[in-house]
Design a protein around this ligand. Structure first.
Ligand code: GGG
Length: 359
């Protein structure tokens, strides 16, 4: 390939982020694509060492990179003066407004679980209840969080969802493949202003996509359907907190959190991170499942391909497809880490992916 190297900023973060992100980097290095890796610090450990969970050098490097590969962060569940979640901050600082979490499960014929799940949760990533507007009143007896929903953010996330449904339909290729479908998820029957605005705007955007089916669902019903009838979904679009929760529910169908990758996309920047967190209970043991982080490597290559010249793009896409195939293979036959019922180490699963990808 003849292309300038792409710069990938690697932020392992906390806990198992430091074990699974090196695995993803090893997979990317094995492709021999022109990628240049730069590492930076962020997270709770970073805060404890240097008083800042997202040092400005890290933020500057993220702005300068072609893509960011992020591991996990372990923010405490109690207030700490001066601490803000670095991943929530990165998403907002880089305006990574679309968080896309694909879930895929295609069990072999005859498998009693057999139901084909192939869906994506598109989560608004910059506002909602994660806008950071929390305060305490009555001397600590009342705590208030403001939920921010704007026309601009709702419109652009709805567009991402409908474009994605269109692209997924095109990728299914077969003439008789069902049309794409976007399910707009909200709780507008109770949260009439905030969810009401999100719902109205998403339904307006739907009008511009007559080739994509649109329906709507209350978030509680959606949680039930994701648990019992996941095959009825194609693309789900929703607000920040709802998307965070629903995508974890959906992950159960894709082999659990150990296999769930995600993309955080904006107009200018892109960050890829496994859906799972820092998992302090298993951190340092060398047994974390690297497949979610490796799945992020494939999503990252898809993103670079979308920015590359046509020749380069097809070479990059070929590698992302090889990585995905290798992940599917290792998921099916092992070696499996303990979360999938095996006893393999992170390094063994990673080596198996690389070996399959290079065959
Ligand atoms: N890789 C996703 C991740 O780290 N998830 C946990 C998370 O988002 N935590 C928020 C935080 O700890 O600030």
């Amino acid at each position: 390939m003849s292309a300038p190297p792409f710069t990938i900023l690697v932020i392992p973060g906390d806990g198992i982020g430091r074990e699974v992100i090196p695995a993803a980097v090893a997979v990317l290095q094995a492709t021999n694509l022109p990628l240049q890796f730069v590492e930076a610090d962020a997270g709770w450990d970073c805060f404890q060492r240097c008083g800042d969970a997202l040092p400005h050098e890290t933020l500057d490097a993220a702005r300068a990179a072609d893509a960011v590969l992020f591991g996990a962060v372990a923010s405490p569940s109690y207030p700490v003066a001066g601490y803000r979640s670095p991943i929530v901050r990165l998403r907002r600082e880089l305006d990574l407004y679309a968080n896309i979490r694909p879930v895929f499960d295609d069990p072999p014929p005859g498998d009693p679980r057999a139901r084909r799940v192939d869906l994506a949760v598109v989560r608004e990533n910059t506002e909602g209840l994660y806008a950071g507007r929390e305060r305490v009143e009555d001397g600590g007896a009342t705590a208030i969080a403001e939920r921010v929903i704007t026309r601009r953010a709702s419109e652009r996330i709805a567009r991402v969802a409908f474009e994605l449904a269109r692209a997924r339909r095109a990728a299914r290729r077969a003439d008789d493949a069902p049309p794409g479908r976007v399910t707009i998820v909200h709780k507008a029957n109770v949260l009439r202003e905030t969810c009401g605005l999100f719902r109205t705007i998403a339904l307006d955007v739907a009008q511009a996509y007559p080739d994509v089916q649109a329906d709507e669902m209350l978030v509680d019903a959606c949680a039930l359907h994701l648990a019992t009838r996941p095959e009825r979904f194609d693309v789900i679009v929703t607000t920040n907190l709802f998307g965070d929760i629903l995508s974890d529910v959906a992950c159960a169908w894709g082999g659990g959190l150990g296999l769930a990758p995600s993309a955080n996309l904006g107009e200018r920047h892109a960050l890829f991170e496994p859906v799972h967190g820092a998992a302090p209970d298993i951190a340092g043991k060398g047994i974390a499942n690297p497949l979610a982080a490796i799945g992020c490597a494939a999503l990252l290559l898809d993103h670079l391909a979308s920015r590359a010249s046509p020749d380069t793009a097809s070479a990059i896409r070929a590698w992302s497809e090889r990585i995905r195939r290798a992940v599917r293979h290792v998921r099916a036959v092992g070696p499996h880490t303990p979360d999938l019922g095996g006893d393999a180490a992170t390094s063994e699963t990673t080596a198996a992916v690389i070996a399959h990808m290079l065959t």
